[in-house]
Design a protein around this ligand. Structure first.
Ligand code: SF4
Length: 344
């Protein structure tokens, strides 16, 4: 097999290369990432990959194209969909083109390693390009080794980036939009704003309509509601967000549902409620799971749900009568992540 592996950076390549080598596959590494900004960051990631591949004896092809202008012009009209409309397609198309021109018969990418990327979208994109170019797409779910690879990359002393790549992801990483500060009282974190409070709810059925906005099946909600604890974030007496937490073992909980009333969305309230609940539950529990759709993975990862657990294939098709939409995405698989509640 002559495999070309698109690589976004050295740390993400470590585990992928190790796994492929276990299968006796020697990939040729391909750097093409005009999405990384500003230039010093681009240079640091590129040079680190060059040095690492040299050290471990792998060929690395560098397409040296710093693409700030073109990137910004191309994504400016719709920043929210920049990853799927431009960033992934541009990089993967170029990789398949290079593979075709240079006699590779298989392509893969380290983007399949990161728990922060839209894995299923990348998988589908590569499958489509594979058909278009007549080159095999070597699919592996490298996410299973995310933390193992992360540890090895740190031990190797590789340059570890702090954000995905583009200036917009840098802004999301460092610019805190959450309007509510939190404080810690006796280990239980509550919002600092005096009128905000988290309350446990007893009359759970009264909140079904709001819960349906996040999980649109009464049957599904009733499977977990009775055995769960339900909490509301309130401003004075007005309900803002609600969360449903189900204990699933002595040390593990699952976040089954979290939703904010429409007029309060995108203001950081769900994040505040979740933070408050995690602060409370960490007294007794070690771990909280969440099953989510692909679109919501970045939100949960940012809240510390950064360990990929498993994917239940076709969950939404098998368990819901109607097609379930999440924005533009038709939901199929349920993807589980977990948060270590004890982690500082
Ligand atoms: S967030 Fe990452 S994947 Fe999305 S556009 Fe920016 S660099 Fe590309």
């Amino acid at each position: 097999m002559k495999l070309l592996m698109h690589a976004c950076c050295a740390p993400c390549s470590v585990y992928c290369i190790d796994e492929l080598r276990k299968e006796n596959i020697e990939p040729t590494i391909y750097w093409y990432n005009p999405n990384i900004h500003p230039y010093k960051e681009y240079e640091a990631r590129r040079d680190c990959l060059k040095e690492y591949t040299q050290k471990i004896g792998l060929e690395c092809i560098i397409e040296d194209e710093y693409g700030l202008d073109e990137f910004c012009k191309s994504v400016a009209n719709n920043l929210n969909s920049r990853c799927v409309d431009y960033c992934y397609p541009v990089r993967m198309r170029k990789t398949f083109e290079y593979a075709k021109e240079h006699g590779f018969n298989s392509v893969t990418t380290t983007l399949l390693y990161s728990i922060y990327q839209k894995h299923d979208f990348i998988k589908k994109l590569c499958k489509d390009l594979s058909e278009e170019f007549g080159i095999e797409f070597l699919y592996r779910d490298f996410r299973y080794g995310f933390w193992k690879g992360h540890e090895k990359a740190k031990e190797e002393g590789l340059y570890m980036q702090k954000y995905c790549g583009c200036v917009f992801s840098e802004e999301m990483r460092y610019y805190n939009r959450n309007p509510i500060q939190t404080s810690n009282t006796n280990g239980y974190e509550i919002p600092k704003e005096p009128r905000m409070q988290v309350k446990k709810i007893e009359n759970k059925e009264d909140y079904i309509d709001l819960l349906l906005e996040a999980d649109p099946s009464k049957d599904m909600i009733h499977k977990y509601l009775n055995d769960s604890d339900v909490y509301a974030l309130k401003k004075e007496d007005e309900l803002i967000s609600i969360a449903v937490i189900l204990p699933i073992s002595r040390k593990t909980l699952e976040l089954k549902n979290i939703v904010t009333k429409e007029n309060y969305r995108n203001k950081g309230y769900a994040k505040t409620l979740l933070k408050s609940l995690c602060g409370n539950y960490k007294q007794k529990y070690d771990r909280m799971l969440v099953g989510t759709t692909e679109n919501n993975i970045p939100f949960y990862v940012k809240q510390g749900f950064d360990k990929y657990e498993k994917t239940i294939k076709n969950f939404f098709i098998d368990n819901y009568k109607e097609e379930i939409k999440d924005g533009e995405l038709t939901c199929t698989d349920l993807i589980y992540y977990s948060k270590d509640l004890k982690k500082k």
